[in-house]
Design a binder for this molecule. Structure first.
Ligand SMILES: Cc1cc2nc3c(=O)[nH]c(=O)nc-3n(C[C@H](O)[C@H](O)[C@H](O)COP(=O)(O)OP(=O)(O)OC[C@H]3O[C@@H](n4cnc5c(N)ncnc54)[C@H](O)[C@@H]3O)c2cc1C
Length: 384
């Protein structure tokens, strides 16, 4: 059983308050995902927007009750993200910050590249995007077709292709893109791209769940990429591309699990608050759901501790993501049943939570893909 220390208990309490602010903002973002104007003032957004910035680039640290928070361990992130997602997962995903791109730049950028990227966040909130998924290659990202090829005039490279379901791309200033530089698994690289570059196009897609994420279709029409924006050039080919993406996803995935757990907890809170309105015989169901929340939280914390020790070990993170997404879907749908006929019309919050839970299922790999990871972990003896 993992117990949080005093520092993380302080963070959990603070994040619960920040989440309440996000709840209000989330309703507006669900109506209009382009409406991010009010986010900048929210304290939780200050935390989120620094989360993937290495401490040496963060400037003044966020402090609460004498403790400093950099969001640079998976355990710290899952504790905060659950509470922020309990407030509103869509608003969490709508927040500015380096997000997944920060993780990739921290892993693959040399010192000059890291400085260039992370200095964007020093003065004001800046949105980023992370371009990996393609229209026909979602779960099988390594089948990507987007290319990063030497420019005809010999000056840098050009990016050509399409990405799909890319969060915040239409409001981002910069981001990272994975593209093919050659055949095979080693022929994939990541590059930093500014959205103001010629040939960059991003269009929001119509969505039902997690609308705050504003996922987009992105097109690159021969976008020029200066040579010094290609990441990982100082590393062996085996450490770049999909190898780095896998390592980064392992570190980030417990956070996605925590986001799902936050949605599940929010649905439970709602049921608990409306006990008097529930259909007959609900008490037993609520007791079982409360137990499942506690055990799933332990799994998410364990997964975070595991990737903090060794970021190459992602099997437990996959198990945590599959389990917490399953619980979020089950609990939000069950909430609508327990609230009785017509609940989708008369209870807007659980109705939204059910839509958002389905969205998390697709983020960072579906449950099928997580199960494949877990199976490989078992076969290779990485988990017992
Ligand atoms: C809210 C949200 C935010 C996102 N943000 C980003 C982002 O910022 N950047 C980005 O690049 N992408 C992003 N994505 C995309 C996400 O990573 C993909 O949706 C995900 O990888 C699945 O790909 P797909 O949607 O093409 O589904 P597909 O891969 O087409 O899968 C469809 C179905 O087939 C199943 N399936 C596929 N392959 C297998 C297999 N081998 N075995 C068993 N079942 C299989 C899947 O489980 C799923 O049920 C986001 C998605 C969402 C919903």
């Amino acid at each position: 059983m993992i117990e949080l220390d005093d520092r993380l208990r302080v963070l959990r309490r603070s994040a619960r308050e920040w989440g309440e602010e996000l709840r209000e903002l989330g309703e507006g973002l669900d109506r209009d995902p382009g409406n991010t104007g009010d986010l900048a003032g929210a304290t939780g957004v200050r935390y989120i927007s620094r989360m993937m910035i290495p401490p040496e680039f963060q400037g003044a640290a966020l402090r609460q009750s004498g403790y400093t928070f950099h969001g640079n361990t998976a355990l710290e992130r899952v504790v905060a993200v659950e509470e922020l997602g309990r407030g509103d997962a869509g608003a969490f995903l709508a927040a500015p910050g380096p997000s997944l791109s920060g993780g990739i730049v921290a892993l693959l950028g040399d010192e000059v590249q890291q400085r260039w990227f992370f200095e964007h966040f020093a003065a004001e909130p800046v949105w980023t995007f992370f371009g990996l998924t393609e229209p026909d290659h979602g779960s099988d990202a390594s089948a990507m077709r987007t290319t990063l090829a030497p420019a005809a005039d010999g000056d840098g490279a050009v990016l050509t292709g399409e990405k799909r379901y890319v969060g915040s791309a239409a409001r981002a200033r910069l981001g990272t893109v994975f593209a093919r530089t050659g055949p095979g698994p080693l022929g994939i690289s990541a590059a930093m791209v500014e959205t103001g570059a010629a040939g960059f196009h991003a269009e929001p897609l119509p969505t039902i769940g997690l609308r705050g994420a504003q996922i987009c279709a992105v097109r690159f029409d021969e976008v020029p990429v200066p040579e010094d924006r290609v990441l990982g050039r100082h590393l062996p080919a085996s450490s770049r591309g999909m190898h780095a993406a896998t390592r980064m996803f392992n570190q980030f995935r417990p956070g996605v699990a925590a986001l799902a757990l936050g949605i599940a907890q929010a649905a439970y809170d709602y049921l608990d608050h409306h006990r008097a309105d529930l259909v007959r015989g609900s008490d037993e169901a609520l007791a079982s759901l409360a137990d499942q929340l506690v055990s799933t939280r332990q799994l998410v914390w364990r997964a975070a501790v595991c990737v903090d020790k060794d970021p190459s070990q992602g099997s437990l993170a996959s198990a945590a993501k599959a389990r917490s997404t399953g619980l979020a879907e089950q609990l939000t749908l069950q909430a609508l049943e327990l609230l009785g006929p017509g609940a989708r019309f008369s209870h807007p919050l659980p109705e939204k939570l059910a839509r958002d839970a389905r969205g998390v299922e697709f983020m960072e790999g579906t449950t099928h893909m997580q199960r494949l990871n877990v199976a490989q972990g078992l076969i290779n003896g990485r988990i017992a």
